[in-house]
Design a protein around this ligand. Structure first.
Ligand code: MN
Length: 717
């Protein structure tokens, strides 16, 4: 049974200047608030925080961690509040205790193995201070040591969670003795039969094994002494769980698992380690492929050691680890022991890139003198690009940082995404664009009659959500275009006294569809709806010979001859609608935008997007939700209609001059309307086809140079 004085002694021994007062005060506080509580074992509850604090002291943690260890259960299990902790022990202790409490509440009990990795990452991501994780590990270790007092079902649940979550974290942080103990005790509760079988086999030959350990240790010692090297040699049994894993993974019988015992040689300096390696290799033949130099290339968690496997004195494989005392300390306490570590080498660049915190450790090493400061600076940001959130059933989902409830909904199921109308995060309603953070529990609210919105594309982060929303919009647009295309075709066919619906089923139809390069009649009709194919083009295929003249009745004035070929502007446009590739575009008749004009789009009901000039009065009246960003594409080969007014004194040949100038400027006249006023002024309203505002401005300035022209201007409406 550990006492507070044992803990204080341990701390004072490794860190004589340590502030023992905070540990003392934490002990008194913890004893007071836990007073009267007992554990399942019948012991006073206080034993648990004391044991946890003892483990932390063994790992050479700072007084703040040990105080937090003594207080780690007070917020959850007693009336003490975080505010109280902060007032009495300061922010740092409060922050750590709150972190431990927060992690304790995570619903880790669901034993789905595939979630284990996400849960591990989540735990590490939620603990922004490494000390939170170290306390949680010590807490779990002591709980595993006293697991026998729980019911069997509970034992299995806790053991599975320990094996899935906590043992791998201990390994990741380099605390291998803890990883071994957590694994071994989990194994004992999860598979008691297998555990007992291995234990029996080990014990059966225990005398012989002990003799063997002494023999190997003796040989090594003798050789090290001969080379004047002070060494410590340890022989230990590997944990039963790793023996079991080896038997299962390599399909071996117990007898065939040779390296049940591993040896460790601990020396003073790195050169001695390499020298010892040479000695061992001259003594016993090494198995080359088994040699690992973690001194030159430390593991990401700072672990350093030489590992070799040799054919030992009895012709069996023997695993031997060689390291310095400092390295051994690191292997015992993981990164927490780092400040004891002085003989650092170069850290592998890839390793430091993958783990930003390692780089911090290395960078801070020179500036930081004491452990307290060191630990304070170790922040856990192993997975900065991911967030981990829960479904209402406690399942973990991994999302990219910045992801929203919509991303989450599409990750659950496409239908959930499509019908998502709102979201609750940790029980509170949030906007769909709300940014999720690790630890959130997300509940999606759906409605049968709800559909994805284009706006969602502005904030979703996952590829899945983006592509599903686009796909939905595309289908919707195709449906709309189909309806519109059908209406347009019906009208055009009726005009030519044809019945579209009858012809749709006619034997000629497939050839017509093929003529336009489509696979189905629906595609052709949709194309009409999109404005890519005109209904007249379709009608024509059913009217064998059609007089072109009938289509464009020439105007009867001289102007029409001068106008030359008036190209009817095809509906195809040179407009980009943000986030959409293929959508029906129309131009506002009211303001007639021309490339170069500032423009804005409006989503219309069933007719795609209408583009207006940004200052168009009609556009300004429309509701802002329907607004969508649009832009001109770089290359414009199209021409656009634009209305202008030319004011001039009346004279012979005026209109002819105007028409000539316009034609010389590569623009076309679409329509003309002139009126003569009483004051002998002529107002000519023209609609021109131009390619851009620059083009229009060139035309306008040429027109201004015409004799007797007073004013030329573009009309807004
Ligand atoms: Mn606890």
């Amino acid at each position: 049974m550990i006492r507070i004085n044992d803990i204080l002694d341990k701390v004072a021994e490794t860190n004589p200047e340590a502030d023992l007062d905070i540990i003392d005060r934490a002990y008194i506080f913890s004893a007071r608030v836990h007073d009267g509580q007992t554990r399942l074992s019948g012991e006073p509850y206080l034993m648990h925080p004391l044991e946890v604090a003892g483990l932390l002291a063994d790992m050479n943690l700072d007084p703040v961690s040990i105080a937090a260890g003594l207080l780690h259960d007070v917020v959850e299990d007693t009336h003490a509040s975080p505010e109280e902790i902060e007032t009495i022990f300061g922010r740092e202790v409060q922050h750590i205790v709150s972190g431990v409490t927060k992690i304790s509440k995570l619903p880790f009990s669901s034993s789905q193995a595939r979630q284990a990795e996400s849960l591990r990452k989540m735990l590490l991501a939620m603990a922004d201070d490494i000390r939170v994780v170290l306390i949680k590990l010590a807490d779990r270790l002591h709980n595993m040591r006293t697991l026998q007092f729980h019911k069997e079902s509970k034992q299995k649940l806790i053991a599975q969670e320990t094996l899935d979550i906590y043992a791998p974290i201990a390994a990741r942080l380099g605390i291998y003795w803890m990883k071994n103990e957590l694994e071994n005790s989990s194994f004992k509760y999860l598979m008691p039969d297998e555990y007992d079988r291995i234990k029996e086999r080990v014990i059966a030959d225990i005398k012989e094994r002990e003799a063997y350990i002494e023999e190997v240790k003796g040989i090594i010692h003798e050789k090290m002494d001969a080379h004047q090297m002070k060494s410590e040699v340890l022989g230990r049994y590997k944990n039963y769980y790793s023996v079991y894993q080896k038997m299962v993974s390599q399909n071996l019988a117990f007898e065939d698992v040779y390296d049940i015992i591993a040896f460790r040689i601990i020396l003073d300096t790195i050169p001695q380690c390499y020298e010892a390696l040479g000695i061992v290799h001259s003594l016993w033949k090494p198995i080359d492929i088994k040699f690992k130099d973690y001194i030159a290339r430390p593991k990401p968690n700072m672990y350093q050691s030489l590992h070799t496997t040799v054919i030992g004195p009895r012709g069996e494989r023997v695993e031997i680890q060689i390291r310095t005392h400092d390295m051994d300390q690191v292997a015992k306490s993981g990164i927490a022991a780092h400040w004891h570590y002085k003989e650092g080498g170069e850290i592998d660049e890839n390793v430091s890139k993958r783990f930003a915190w390692i780089q911090n450790l290395v960078d801070n090493q020179e500036n930081i003198g004491n452990p307290d400061e060191f630990l304070e600076n170790v922040r856990i940001d192993l997975y900065p690009d991911e967030v981990y959130v829960f479904t209402p059933h406690g399942e973990v989902k991994t999302l990219p940082k910045g992801a929203t409830p919509v991303d989450f909904a599409f990750m659950i199921h496409t239908e959930v995404g499509n019908q998502c109308t709102g979201a609750k995060v940790n029980g509170r309603m949030v906007p769909l664009s709300h940014e999720l953070v690790t630890g959130d529990t997300v509940d999606i609210i759906t409605s049968k009659n709800h559909y994805p919105s284009k706006d969602w594309l502005n904030f979703v982060k996952t590829v899945k959500a983006r592509s599903r929303i686009r796909q939905w919009i595309k289908t919707q647009e195709k449906n709309r275009s189909l309806t519109l295309g059908r209406e347009m075709c019906e009208k055009a066919f009726r005009k030519h006294r044809l019945n579209f619906h009858t012809l749709l089923k006619s034997p000629e139809m497939p050839a017509v569809v093929e003529h336009f390069g489509f696979k189905s009649t629906d595609d052709l009709i949709a194309s009409v709806g999109y404005g890519k194919t005109t209904p007249l083009q379709v009608v024509r295929r059913f009217l064998p010979k059609m007089d072109d003249a009938e289509e464009d009745i020439p105007r009867d004035s001289i102007l029409n001859r001068l106008m030359g070929r008036v190209k009817k502007k095809p509906a195809k446009t040179e407009i980009l609608v943000k986030g959409l590739d293929d959508i029906l575009i129309r131009f506002g008749k009211c303001c007639q935008p021309v490339p170069g004009d500032p423009i804005i789009g409006y989503i219309t009901r069933g007719y795609g997007v209408t583009v207006h000039r940004a200052n168009c009065v009609n556009a300004l009246k429309m509701s802002p939700e329907r607004q969508i960003e649009v832009a001109w594409t770089e290359e414009n080969k199209e021409t656009y209609p634009v209305k202008i007014l030319v004011i001039s004194y009346d004279r012979v040949g005026l209109l002819a001059d105007i028409a000539t100038i316009i034609s010389k400027s590569d623009a076309n006249i679409v329509s003309v309307n002139t009126s003569t006023k009483e004051n002998q002024m002529v107002e000519s309203y023209l609609t021109l086809a131009v390619s851009s505002t620059a083009h229009l401005n060139r035309v306008l300035s040429s027109l201004r140079k015409i004799h007797m022209v007073q004013d030329v201007r573009r009309l807004n409406v």
